[in-house]
Design a protein around this ligand. Structure first.
Ligand code: PEP
Length: 252
């Protein structure tokens, strides 16, 4: 049985002051929630204060990106040991916005992934097709390419520690959610692929989140799909009532 996992990706939103207000509200709203792994992924500059605010609370902390080297002359970058020292437990890797605007490739995703695993953090690896790829029936080709490229060289043990997120780019921030059936179809494809690259046990145990305009209104039907194990939430994670409603709706 895979435990549901809901992650809030705040993207480029919330100053440290605003972040604390949101986290305090979330702590109140989610105080009695059990059976779901919950994490928030604020911008880097918020991590220290949010980490302090989450001490002794079940909400975990995630980062939105990481560099692959531990230290050195890489101006502007942040490393896995730095994140770990702040209490970060998860790192989103290969988000489509990073692929689209910041030249992220399968190769750089793979380097980040290895760095995250080396330092005992949990990666959330994003894969997903854009609209023209879907419309030209290339969805499965793109997913295969993203999975094979991003996960290249991982051992079974390493893969079992990772989380995947299927995020159709056309559904991110657009209000157009993939139909639950449509998402399930891709999740099954990813699981079968994991079976081929790794083994059946790994395929069965890895959690695969869906991401793309998830709201309190669609989370229950999405989570009712057997291969959807959680959600990566953007816009709706920026307000405590909508994010906590999604968390509560995610209990299988
Ligand atoms: C995301 O940021 O990964 C995302 C899915 O955003 P949204 O929920 O706003 O579509």
């Amino acid at each position: 049985m895979r435990r549901p996992i809901i992650a809030g990706n705040w993207k480029l939103n919330k100053t440290p002051h605003e972040a604390i207000l949101l986290v305090d509200e979330l702590k109140r709203e989610l105080v009695d929630v059990t059976g779901v792994d919950v994490l928030v992924c604020p911008p880097f500059v918020d991590l220290s204060e949010v980490s302090d605010a989450l001490v002794d609370h079940d909400i975990a902390l995630g980062a939105q990106n990481v560099f692959w080297e531990d230290s050195g002359a890489f101006t502007g970058e942040i490393s896995a040991p730095m994140l770990k020292d702040l209490g970060v437990a998860y790192v989103i890797i290969g988000h489509s916005e990073r692929r689209q605007y910041f030249h992220e490739t399968n190769e750089t995703v793979n380097k980040r992934l290895r760095a995250v695993l080396k330092h005992g953090l949990t990666p959330i690896v994003c894969v997903g097709e854009n609209l023209s790829q879907r419309e030209s029936n290339k969805t499965f080709d793109v997913i295969k390419d993203h999975c094979e490229g991003s996960l290249s060289g991982l051992s079974v043990e390493e893969m079992k520690k990772a989380v995947l997120a299927y995020e159709p780019v056309w559904a991110i921030g657009t209000g157009k959610t993939a139909a639950p059936q449509q998402a399930q179809e891709v999740h099954v494809f990813i699981r079968q692929l994991l079976g081929k690259i790794f083994d059946a046990d790994t395929a069965d145990s890895v959690r695969i989140q869906y991401g793309g305009s998830v709201t309190p209104d669609n989370i229950v039907l999405l989570m009712a799909q057997p291969d959807i194990d959680g959600a990566l939430v953007g816009g709706a994670s920026l307000k405590a009532p909508s994010f906590s409603a999604i968390v509560k709706g995610a209990k299988k």
